[in-house]
Design a protein around this ligand. Sequence first.
Ligand code: GTP
Ligand code: SPV
Ligand code: MN
Length: 597
Amino acid sequence: MATTQAAAVAQNAPTKNPTLLAWVAKMAAMTQPDRIVWCDGSEAEKKRMTEEAVKDGTLIPLNQEKRPGCYLHRSNPNDVARVEHLTFICTPNKTDAGPTNNWMEPDEAYTKLGQLFEGCMKGRTMYVVPYAMGPLGSPFTKIGVELTDSNYVVLNMRIMTRMGKAVLDLLGDSDDFNRGLHSTGDVNPDRRYICHFPQDNTIWSFGSGYGGNVLLGKKCLALRIGSYLGREEGWLAEHMLILGVTSPQGETTYVAAAFPSACGKTNFAMLIPPKEYKGWKIETVGDDIAWMRPGPDGRLYAINPEAGYFGVVPGTNYKTNPNAMETIAKDTLFTNVALTPDGDVWWEGKDGEVPEELTDWQGRPWKKGSAEKAAHPNSRFTAPMTNNPVLSGKSNDPMGVPISAIIFGGRRSNTVPLVLQAFNWTHGVFLGATMGSETTAAATGKVGVVRRDPMAMLPFCGYHMGDYLQHWLDMQKSIPQLPKIFQVNWFRQDKNGKFLWPGYGDNMRVLEWIVNRVHGRVPTQETLLGWVPRQDQGLNLQGLDVAPESISEATSIKEDEWKTELKSQEVFFEQLGTKAPEALMLQRKLLMSRLGG
Ligand code: GTP
Ligand code: SPV
Ligand code: MN
């Protein structure tokens, strides 16, 4: 049986790679698909698979005049976000996964999921999806192969990654590829597991059809496995956007910024500067993930391993993010948004009047004024990065871009000021390590609860968090020209719950200060927490229609709030036990003594 399976796989495969063929045959013997289709990434394949997806109800065609090449997908209502409680790091020792990850012993995980995968593709097609994370031929790039029974996954992967025949050619006979296996299964949350085997460069995902659970190149490979490989190989895999900011004088500065899920990466990566910033330009290199390694000139270089954006839809409009609106005007897959009577899409926070009637994200009739949301709060768009009007010309550069500043930002309604600069690398790593953020709809669970989310990597670090923070500290030695580190918070609120800082395009004002600091052009003011903009020669607030009291509240540092914050940091460091890096604990003690407590 197994040998005929292997022969059948080899026969219609566009590769002779013996490791790949043997693995596909083994996975096919377990899952027993009726057909195996090797994806080549061609336009003809896209057309054929889109037609099939429309026919089987996976995709609903949108009004092709209003949104050419766009389709709507509705996921199972029990399957609308990442599932952190069902995501596992499977290392031989529990301590290697650390206290912030769920852990399963590898043999146990293979057995448990093996039972679920057994025969799960009977009557279905197994698609073999070869993909690259990173530009083909870049020293940063990693290859993966995802086996999936979901045509939705294939159509998303071809937007989100460089996918198809060229990747197989690049792989040749090498066995250096990530082995990803995915089945939507019966979409039962009790039979849903996302398991990572870093030692085997393997990912098994069962029982979900949603985003970060199933597009295995993204959070699973590019962050969880990536961070593990990064530690072994001396680089960083981070939940960061990458942007280039060009001044009217033509100087371009590259910045990487970590914000937790649904906390502003995509928006920041493609912001349009306010009208006072004539001649300034922001260009997007990436909106979610950065792979960074020291370059030959001693600087830190970053690439975006992805080729598309899997972005949050609600709140996106021509005022907050015009470039995203242009990006999703064509060739975009929408997941869990509402449908208008004329076949367009709608979501909370879209421009214009709220329509009288809609079909909601679950396919039910919806009327204006309804208490329920028409689009799911974690509804998403999948769009090729080439749709982005401000895509950086460097987004395909195999060498990446040199990073001058790293920004850490959480969603905090209090405590954390608008912007500050770290005193040095260790202090900057401390700022990233002690980041807190209010939870969002991007993962299942309660929304709006502050949790520690070091470097926005809590759900994405593939090994012990203490070792990860130590790796960040250690990177200092291999980067002679270190980026400067900053902390920002766009989300501070007044007593009535109104944002104090206008955010979005006006974040350019903070970014300009950061760029000026990087190039040593503005003086600064020292505080207990770090360096902040001075009253004079500080933030450019020209043309900003915001009460001065709001700005001073957004930038204020309240010692009582910080004493509370430090307690919660202590709980986090205690959780890391003996692996809490000494240098970071000392940073906390120094801050405590500055606060006098
Ligand atoms: P993931 O794709 O989940 O990683 O999210 P992300 O970090 O890319 O977040 P995104 O840019 O999609 O923004 C998430 C939500 O935050 C959206 O509803 C935005 O409208 C909102 N948002 C983004 N930037 C700002 C800002 O500067 N101020 C305020 N108040 N809201 C913002
Ligand atoms: C996130 O949650 O950080 C995302 C969306 O970018 S997902 O791909 O589902 O992880
Ligand atoms: Mn993300």
